[in-house]
Structure formats: C-alpha cells, structure tokens
Design a protein around this ligand. Sequence first.
Ligand code: MG
Length: 286
Amino acid sequence: MAAGNQSTTPFVFGVDLDSCLGDYDQAFKVAIVELREDLSARTGVPLAMWPDNVDDFPPNDVWPIYESWKFLRDDLTFKRVHARCVIDGHMMQRMPLYAGAREAIETLLAIPDVEIAVVTHRAFIDENAHPDLVGYSSAAFAQTERWLRTASIHVGEPRVTFHFSGKKDGVVTNLFIDDSPGNITRLRGAGVPTITFDQPYNQRVPGLRVSHWGEVAAIVVQRMQLLESARQVQADLALFDRPSLELPSAQVRRIPMTVELPGPAVLPGLANVLAAADAESAALTR
Ligand SMILES: [Mg+2]
C-alpha cells in the first residue's frame, strides 16, 4: 500500500427511480389522459371511468396502484396499461424530476467515497405471454436512459451505476431510498437501512422517511459517519483477538508485582489505618 493511502471503501447509496427520483404518477396520468380511448378499448374498462384531466385522478393512497385508481382494475390490467403508456405514450422519458434530487446527488458525489446506484425495475412484463406488448422492455430501457441523460443524473460518471432489477437488495448498497412498501420491507429485512420517500400510499411504513430531497444528503453523510465509527470499533476490537499479539516468551518482560506501601514517615496515619484494618479482618475471620 502506498504511503498515505487512505481507506477507499466506498459508501454505496441505492436510489430507486420511479416515484422517488422521478414523478411516475404524473407521467402516468398524462399518458393515460392522452391514450384513454385506446386504453378503454383494449381493456374493456368503460371510457367513462378513465379521467380526462390529470387533475381528476383520485388520490393514489392505497398500494398497489389499481386499488387507488379503480379503472386499472387489477394487476394484469395495470401492467397492460402501463406498457401501452410506455410504448405509445413514452412515459418513461416524461417523468418530472423531483425537486432537489439532482442537487442532492451532486452534493453526495462531491464526497470522494460515495457511489450512487440507481436501481429500477423495468422488465416486469412477459412479452411472450402478451404478443400485443412486444417491444415494451426495449422501449422502457431506451426511454429510461434518455430520461437519465435529460435529468442530468451523471450518466458516464464512474461512481454512478444503473441497474435494471426488481430485487433492490440484489445490488449491494449501504443505504437505500425507495417509495414502495414492499421494497422497503424487503430491503430492511435484508439488513439494508432504507429511507422511505414519502408518498400517499406508504404512510403506514414505519421508520426514517423524507418528503423532500433536500433532507437526503445530510442523512447519507450521517450514516456514513456511523458506519465508519462502527468499522473503527470493529478494528479496535479485532486487536484484542489477534493471535499475533502473543509475543515469543523471550520478549516477554517480567514486571515485578511487589507493591511498596509508603512508610509512616510519608503518611503517618496510613500504617495505623492498615493495622486496624488487618485486625478487623482477622477478627471477622476468627
Ligand atoms: Mg419506486
């Protein structure tokens, strides 16, 4: 190791994309309003149930989304609508970036040991089972990359990596931020401290949460410091367990164990106190 080389253990901050970095619901609403007639025809859900204005959507306060937006009916209908909104509505490249997100990432990247892992689930539709949705995954990937570039999320920066994965704990991270109750539970269960990004449908999730990206950088720094302190304690404790600390006997220096008490000339009262204590001890043991 070169002289003066410091620890280079990275601190990896995992970041979810949909409804965390970017406003998924807003992009979804816009695409649904634009495509509502076609979506109604394809799904059989009556046209009157589809909002014709982005301001007319009911609150998305129950997870999963089709429990809040009843026109999505069930998980399969949701997936079909989501896929059409990607293929025809290009919604993955139209998400508004949440306020403060880019600035928070820039602040964190100014810290040399920080890495950012953006983890997002895209290929959750089986195109083999749904021939009308062929092309969904490739469109979703391309639009996501385009969105990241437009949002200036440091594409090309070696300390920012992208992962298309439904299992957020499949990427090794030290701290994560996510909005999905299921993902948060799974990450925490896997031992990854996770910040909840505040959304109406995750209000029952306990623990640490933020409602604005302006709160995030300070939490990441605090977590880094805690982890560094814990590593230092572990390193200190390991010193006590290292067999290499047992020196060869020839090097062991014998330390005389005789303790000389100060005589009466130094502390005149001490000899009497000790004598009295001895006498008392002897009386008690008699
Ligand atoms: Mg999400």
